[in-house]
Design a protein around this ligand. Structure first.
Ligand code: PLP
Length: 399
């Protein structure tokens, strides 16, 4: 027998993965060029040239025992130092190697942070809609996920609702901007408001409440929006980052967590996170990838590639009469379902070989998510299928 916990996880297993598998089956049946799969956030532009070169150089020039050996659970000191230095240059921060812990992607990082922070019953607030895996990550440590609302018109956090959701048991708040699934970037006013409320509630309850900023899409911003590093708004901020999207290497599993000195119990947190890295079985982040990432901290993914997809998809879909939130960052588009039960809409879309993900997978029904990290041709070629879908729902073309 398997555990009840994993049984429950299997039952609620990822709708995104399920749609991806359906897309695969459809592609085998009808040919990949006739299937428009917008399900998975797998980058569609290759890793920067420099990455493969860096890996080759490392293999040729680094002592093999050092390159492939165990190390401190927090990661290589030189790598952590290089990341701190790069953040300081870009964002005017003041980090050192001691503030950085290397992780197995953002997923590994979030698990390490939550393992370190949570006692059973502690509450973690997330803003709806949210990356569905947060529920599992919080559940892994018997935490309680508490949902706070976002505003219907722009999907920025609803601060009044947020303030009501904080209790004496609130240990952490997870934010994700640029956001998966909405593509929204939280604005400055929202960030300041969020910080002010958290400070007030810390005083009211005499607690420390950590803001966990999950930033795998930090560099993927459009329309002149500036990349941000969110520790500047609120003292108790922990940043989780991943190279999965910025260097297009999600399979390699590399990221980091930053805890600023000014965060409450910063030293203890970092020590705890090192232990969590070990006892969760990660032990340390992949050694070769740590070194490669350190050599590539200044590399950028092809933001123009995603931007072009974003514009073509948004303009195409709104032109057909669909209601969409204009994405400001990441590579997701959040579209209103023409019917309240978006599962029906997702099913209808399959008839035209369109693979979408239901909003309820992110805690918010009535919407669907499209991952536009696909080839540009896929987007262009999908428009005829979307036109048929729009016609089925009687949507009016917009000029
Ligand atoms: N957080 C968010 C919001 C994500 O969208 C993802 C991946 O899609 C992750 C975390 C996990 O990223 P990683 O592959 O680095 O573990």
């Amino acid at each position: 027998m398997i555990s009840k916990r994993i049984e429950a996880a299997m039952a609620g297993s990822s709708a995104i993965r399920a749609m991806f598998m359906e897309g695969r089956e459809m592609a085998a049946r009808y040919g990949a060029e006739h299937v428009y799969d917008f399900s998975l956030g797998n980058p569609a532009t290759p890793a920067p040239e420099r990455l493969n070169g860096a890996i080759r150089e490392l293999l040729e020039n680094t002592d093999s025992l050092e390159l492939h050996g165990y190390m401190a659970n927090a990661g290589y000191e030189d790598v952590r130092g290089r990341i701190a230095e790069n953040l300081n240059q870009r964002f005017g921060t003041d980090f050192a190697a001691r503030n950085v812990l290397m992780t197995v992607g953002a997923a590994g990082g979030l698990n390490v942070v939550l393992k370190t922070l949570l006692d059973p019953g502690d509450e973690v607030i997330v803003f709806v809609p949210y990356f569905g895996e947060y529920r599992s990550y919080v559940g892994n440590y018997d935490g309680r996920l508490v949902e706070a609302a976002t505003r219907e018109e722009d999907f920025q956090p609803d601060l009044a609702d947020f303030a009501c959701k904080i209790t004496a048991r609130t240990k952490a708040v997870i934010i994700n901007t640029p956001n998966n699934p909405t593509g929204v970037v939280y604005d400055e006013e929202t960030m300041r408001g969020l910080a002010r409320i958290m400070e007030e509630k810390e005083r009211e309850f005499s607690t420390d409440i950590y803001l966990i900023s999950d930033e795998p899409y930090r560099e993927l911003v459009y329309d002149g929006i500036r990349e941000e590093f969110l520790t500047k708004y609120y003292r108790n901020t922990i940043v989780g980052y991943s190279f999965s999207k910025s260097l297009s290497l999600p399979g390699e599993r590399i990221g980091y967590v930053v805890v600023p000195d000014e965060a409450a119990d910063s030293g203890l947190l970092l020590e705890g996170m090192s232990v969590a890295n070990r006892i969760l079985g990660f032990v340390n982040a992949p050694s070769l990838m740590q070194k490669a990432a350190a050599l590539c901290v200044e590399e950028k993914t092809d933001v123009d590639f995603y931007d072009r997809n974003r514009r073509t998809l948004y303009e195409g879909l709104t032109g057909l009469g669909f209601t969409c939130i204009r994405p400001q960052g990441a590579f997701y588009l959040w579209m209103k379902s023409p019917v309240e039960q978006e599962e029906q809409f997702v099913e209808a879309a399959k008839k035209y070989h369109l693979i979408l993900v239901k909003g309820s997978a992110f805690g918010r029904g009535g919407y669907v998510r499209l991952a536009y990290c696909v080839s540009h041709e896929t987007i262009v070629n999908s428009m005829e299928a979307f036109a048929q879908l729009a016609a089925e729902y009687g949507l009016q073309k917009q000029s």
